[in-house]
Design a protein around this ligand. Structure first.
Ligand code: PMP
Length: 366
């Protein structure tokens, strides 16, 4: 939103579509916020000036800076919405214990809101997620349970089973089930999608989105299919993940990818694949180098999945003309990956950048 456009426009728009739910957008007219959860949403949409030009792209490429949410990611929106909804239904009371499987950002968002509201959090975390995310969760007072990536997600001790096991042993606990909870896509249907619609004056030609739970893609996709059916929704999936369609584009020898928060070997239940017009696949090397280009060339401190999504977006945006708009969701920021892709050494040992031999680390440092 421009500063001269009052935030109540967003509410007015939603009243027109008979939204029965509260709209979780920040009131930008407010000077002092009652607590940090009131600062969720209303993130800036920023034009890229250098990278698209260097690739001969004619349209405007606009990035939605979700890393500027107070918990550092897009997941603040759905965590806030899921908690509000659970409170309204009486599922959460002061002293409740929240349990959730998360690659980290949902956990950080739940932990942040729980710190305000006095809930406890136990977060089940895959082996692959960064230590930075774990440290942030601990700073928020959450308990972190790491699962081995070797245990299949649906087997005892796996990322989806472990929360149920903990829930059974923990009185007064609740799982909000981000992979199944309709509040996840609804927070984007009523929030993120409407913000983009307003920020682009109702004219968007393409939106590029990555899929973790599928909440962002399903929520924005459904709203835009209703309001601007001609807008193309592009799903961007890491090489090594099996979410994209047709299934043949997922065929690869890659069995592990470094990008966090997007891509799975299963279909996430929250994802409505009808919302995606077409899919593109992007590898780790390309993704992480693109995220690093964003830092250096645009001054935008995005995370790794943002690099994946931007690579897909730039490929798809080659078909757009001058004056058209391609919106790219940047789900989180670089702070989650300081010891990972921000480190030259980490990039070098994986062959993602050429070896400079300027570092004298022993291999066991990493
Ligand atoms: N990027 C990152 C870094 C994430 O943490 C997530 C959430 N897992 C996503 C993208 C994907 O968002 P969604 O769950 O809405 O598909």
């Amino acid at each position: 939103l421009q500063p001269d456009v009052p935030a109540k426009c967003l509410f007015a728009k939603d009243n027109l579509t008979n939204n029965p739910h509260p709209v979780l957008v920040r009131n930008i007219e407010q000077k002092i916020y009652p607590d940090i959860s009131h600062c969720i949403g209303n993130t800036p949409l920023v034009k890229l000036n250098h990278i698209p030009k260097s690739m001969g792209i004619k349209c405007d490429v606009l990035v939605k800076c979700e890393f500027l949410n107070p918990g550092g990611s897009i997941k603040d929106r759905m965590a806030h919405y899921m908690i509000q909804n659970a409170e309204n239904k009486g599922l959460l009371k002061p002293g409740s214990i929240l349990i959730e499987p998360t690659s980290g950002n949902t956990g950080i968002a739940l932990g942040m809101i729980s710190a305000i509201k006095g809930y406890e959090c136990i977060l089940v975390f895959p082996g692959k997620s960064s230590n930075e995310k774990e440290d942030i969760l601990k700073a928020l007072g959450c308990k972190v349970v790491r699962c081995s990536d070797k245990i299949p997600y649906n087997q005892p001790g796996g990322i989806f089973c472990r929360p149920m096991e903990i829930h059974k042993e923990t009185p007064n606990s609740a799982i909000l089930h981000q992979f199944w909870n309709p509040c996840n896509p609804l927070s984007h249907y009523y929030g993120t999608a409407m913000e983009i619609f307003e920020q682009c004056d109702g004219k968007v030609d393409m939106v590029a989105i990555g899929v973790g739970t599928g909440g962002t893609a399903t929520g924005i996709g459904r709203r835009f299919k209703e309001m601007m059916p001609e807008c193309l929704i592009v799903g961007v999936d890491p090489i090594g993940s099996a979410i994209a369609e047709p299934a043949s584009i997922n065929e690869t020898d890659v069995i592990y990818f470094e990008i966090e928060g997007i891509g799975h070997g299963f279909h996430p239940p929250t994802l409505d694949k009808k919302m995606i017009d077409f899919w593109l696949k992007v590898g780790d090397k390309e993704s992480l180098n693109m995220a690093r280009r964003m830092h250096k060339e645009e001054g935008i401190l995005c995370g790794g999945s943002s690099g994946t999504i931007l690579c897909g977006a730039l490929e798809a945006a080659k078909s757009l003309k001058e004056g058209q708009k391609c919106v790219v969701i940047l789900p989180d920021g670089v702070g989650n990956y300081l010891t990972k892709f921000l480190s030259d050494y980490w990039m070098e040992v994986r062959g993602f950048i050429p070896c400079t031999n300027t570092f004298n680390h022993w291999w066991w440092d990493y």
